[in-house]
Design a protein around this ligand. Structure first.
Ligand code: EPS
Length: 387
């Protein structure tokens, strides 16, 4: 299973094409819209989110509520496009239409300058329109299809916020359903009610200061069977695929599994999870410090992944840069921006991880028919439990 996305931030629409989804999987646009709407929420987002109402149109691969096994294409319109038709239209420019809103001033921390150097664009709008995090809506659409599949297989996933601008949520051990409910009700998607207001105040103050803040998102997964992924080759290790996918999200700079970087200053006896067995569960771990992975494979324990998002680089408080035409230094200025997008990014991360999990399952249990795949997973689970 793989997917591609297309679309510019202020272009007509975003498109996602997913290939390799088995036939006969129940799928409706409501499954996808729910995810898209969750991505749009969160304290700290800018004005653009009031303009866009992301709703999907399924344009192929689904008929009467079931997948066909053919490529699934999903389209999300950009409502803002109506204000950008002259600037973003595909037709060649005519004499009477002048090129407007040309970007010659690269913003520090964005793809602007490197993208211009690479593709030879002297108008950096050609770069920023695609490098924009608007594209994460298309990735969430792909992940929503994966999530629907995982759910049918008894695998639940939830993304929430662990930290915003240095304000940290406590470790709270909750079953997945509660994680889903609590994070959904929080304007900053945190499980820790005690620091929720502090996080919001920090975002408000940052916005007033013309600055931006980042943070840490966490994704928690229950129900993955043990032994998914592989130790036999580097590119089949599922933990590395997941962390790679997390770092591919706009503004994400790192990812860790389980206790992650903390392992650097702990003894081996404090890091590894002891193995136990009982008739009902089969093999399990007494703790889950390794976050559901050993040897690039799932252990059957919950998967716990964290991703760190840097502050959004578009700042009202300008940073110095250099104009690519005049070579003059200037202070970068902007029209609008999000002061903090970590709550939304935790939803994106949830969907990006969901896609990697569904893809790994399909690699291990390839089948063109979803009901057969479901039976194969159930049989495998039983085999592992009785091992
Ligand atoms: C973004 C800048 C802002 C964000 C946008 C990503 O958009 P605009 O330039 O139109 O104000 O709101 O995010 C989205 C539109 C979205 O759907 O997440 C950027 O430069 O990355």
């Amino acid at each position: 299973m793989r997917y591609l996305t297309a679309g510019e931030s202020h272009g007509k629409e975003l498109t996602t094409i997913i290939e390799g989804v088995p036939a006969q999987l129940p799928l409706t646009k409501e499954d996808i819209n729910e995810s898209l709407l969750r991505r749009q929420k969160g304290h700290g987002r800018g004005k653009r989110m009031q303009i866009e109402k992301d709703l999907v149109d399924i344009t192929s691969g689904v008929r009467h509520g079931y997948t066909l096994g053919s490529p699934i294409s999903l389209v999300v319109k950009n409502d803002d496009y109506k204000h950008w038709t002259d600037i973003m239209g595909e037709d060649p420019l005519t004499e009477d239409v002048k090129l407007r809103r040309v970007v010659t001033r690269p913003r520090p921390g964005h793809a602007d300058l490197n993208g211009a150097l690479k593709y030879g664009h002297r108008d950096m709008r050609n770069v920023l329109e695609r490098s924009s995090a608007r594209e994460t809506a298309a990735r969430v659409a792909a992940g929503a299809v994966a999530k629907t599949m995982l759910k049918q297989l008894g695998i639940e996933i939830c993304g929430y916020v662990k930290e915003i601008g240095g304000i940290r949520a406590r470790e709270i051990d909750l079953p997945i359903r509660e994680r889903q409910t609590i994070s959904e009700q929080s304007p900053v998607r945190t499980l820790d009610k005690e620091i929720e207001q502090q996080m919001m105040d920090k975002i408000d103050q940052t916005k007033k200061d013309g600055d931006s803040i980042g943070g840490v998102a966490e994704v928690y997964v229950e129900g993955m069977p043990a032994g998914i992924g592989s130790y036999v080759h580097y590119d089949r290790k599922l933990d590395s695929r997941i962390t790679g996918a997390v770092v591919s999200i706009n503004a994400f700079k790192g990812a860790e599994i389980g206790i992650g970087f903390e392992a650097a200053h702990k003894y081996g006896s404090e890091v590894h999870d002891e193995i136990a067995w009982n008739e009902e569960r089969g093999f399990y771990r007494k703790t889950n410090r390794l976050g559901g992975f050993e040897g690039g494979m799932t252990t059957g324990m919950p998967i716990v992944v964290k991703g760190v998002m840097k502050p959004i680089p578009t700042l009202y408080k300008p940073l110095q840069s250099v104009d690519i035409e005049t070579k003059e230094p200037f202070n970068a200025s902007i029209e609008r921006s999000d002061a903090c997008a970590v709550p939304a990014a935790s939803v994106v991360m949830e969907h990006v991880v969901a896609f990697e999990l569904a893809k790994a399952i399909l690699e291990q249990f390839p089948n063109d028919r979803f009901p057969v795949l479901k039976e194969a997973i159930e049989a495998y689970r039983e085999e592992v439990r009785c091992f």
